[in-house]
Ligand binder design. Structure first.
Ligand code: PAF
Length: 279
């Protein structure tokens, strides 16, 4: 496995490769990322993973400075799952000057849910992902369903800009108790880690209530948020949406088997966790 830090080295290493499969990451890797690399391996060609903590997608009050940088360990893990090439650029390499050309995803998809609570987040994500796509020029790119809205926003960007890239979705990897794996789980204290399972349990409860035939979505969502609040969480949202565009389903769609997903974001102590469940 080669590790390169510059765009020039990356292009040289991939010269002539028309079947590259790409897994973008911000490092601090866990089993969830490794499962995406294993999935990437199924798509043939060299598998490239990027490791880059993207300042553009962090708000000033967020954890950009403290986000764990664990390059050596990340590379060992990537090697163990058969990744072929790691692209780990410095900030000066990827953003040699302020990035004033940016990608503005549509508010209807990127201004809701995460976009409502993290304004500018998806502009930062799309800008870096498009730039990384230009650097790596993959045929396939793998994104996790853990970041469900990000997956949809990137898919739509690829479609709208006619990029010749197939976006493949990887399932969310979970701990034994159901907690979705996330780099930010490492911020949780022992007590918070034990409590964190409540987020996925809350999503399962929403699923159960809808399966039982409850149709008042607002009531189901607000009961879920109240449950979290009573346990000391500060929920941003628990929301049932259409899988295709993350808009709320109409009553007809709810009754008529429209594919749905319930998404949630909530703060536990100082850690903000997100999760989702396809219904
Ligand atoms: O999901 C992530 O880790 C990041 O948002 C991504 C896609 C690597 C862009 O920085």
């Amino acid at each position: 496995m080669r590790i390169v830090h510059t765009i020039a080295e990356l292009r040289q290493a991939l010269a002539g490769s028309t079947h590259t499969t790409f897994v973008p990451t911000m490092g601090n890797l866990h089993e969830g990322h490794l499962s995406l690399v294993r999935l990437a391996k199924e798509h043939g060609g060299p598998v490239v993973a990027s490791i880059f903590v993207n300042r553009l997608q962090f708000a000033p009050h967020e954890d950009f400075d403290t986000y764990p940088r664990t390059l050596e360990r990340d590379c060992e893990l990537l090697r163990s799952v058969g990744c072929n090439l790691v692209f780990a650029p410095s900030e000066a390499e990827l953003y040699p000057e302020p990035q004033v050309y940016t990608v503005q995803p549509p508010a209807a998809l990127a201004g809701i849910l995460e976009g409502e609570f993290r304004p500018g987040f998806f502009t930062g994500v799309c800008t870096v992902v498009l730039k990384l796509f230009h650097c790596v020029q993959p045929r396939v790119a793998v994104f996790g369903k853990k970041d469900y809205q990000q997956l949809l926003v990137v898919r739509r960007m690829v479609q709208q800009l006619a990029l010749p890239i197939e976006i493949v979705a990887g399932e969310t990897a979970r701990a034994d108790d159901g907690l979705a794996l996330s780099s930010r789980n490492g911020y949780l204290s022992e007590t918070e880690r034990a409590e964190a399972v409540q987020l996925s349990m809350t999503l399962k409860e929403v699923q159960l209530r809808l399966r039982r035939g409850e149709r008042d979505l607002a009531a189901v969502e607000s009961a879920a948020m109240d449950h979290l609040r009573q346990r000391g969480w500060q929920p941003d949202y628990v929301s049932v949406r259409r899988r295709t565009d993350l808009l709320p389903p109409t009553p007809e769609q709810l009754a008529g088997g429209e594919p749905l997903v319930v998404l949630a974001a909530a703060r536990l102590g100082r850690t903000r966790l997100i999760d989702n469940l396809e219904l």
